[in-house]
Design a protein around this ligand. Structure first.
Ligand SMILES: [Zn+2]
Length: 135
């Protein structure tokens, strides 16, 4: 697998969330045992040392295919490779689809009626009142 492409994939599909510990979609557990940064109980750290992969940085995530993966896990690499191959093979069609969909949605949005929402206390122009009561 091309490691530079994999790095690009990680950057594209990473979430901006990190944590002390997490279970990957595959069931593997990971943790960052920095007790200055995270509030672990003694028993929790002992459990994690026996049942979890220790990382030297906070646990981070990728999200694609409606699933969440721990970045450091390798269970998602084969699926990512298939997706990268698909994206590369059909990049022109994908770009055309995204641009055409954007244009279609922009046209559809321009056709939508603007709805004004009044909150209590909002003032209406005088012509919007019927006998002094907003309707
Ligand atoms: Zn995994």
């Amino acid at each position: 697998m091309n490691t530079k492409s994999l790095a690009t994939f990680k950057k594209a599909f990473r979430t901006n969330i990190s944590s002390a510990r997490a279970e990957c979609n595959c069931g593997a557990e990971f943790h960052h045992p920095d007790r200055m940064k995270w509030d672990f109980e003694d028993e929790e750290i002992q459990f994690l040392q026996n049942h979890s992969t220790e990382l030297d940085a906070p646990v981070t995530y990728l999200e694609f295919d409606n699933r969440e993966y721990v970045t450091e896990c390798d269970c998602w690499h084969k699926k990512a490779e298939r997706l990268m191959n698909f994206l590369e093979a059909y990049n022109v069609g994908i770009a055309k689809y995204l641009n055409d969909e954007r244009a279609r949605r922009m046209h559809e949005a321009a056709q939508m009626q603007i709805i004004n929402i009044l909150r209590q206390g909002d003032l209406l122009p005088q012509e919007d009142y019927d006998d002094g009561v907003p309707f």
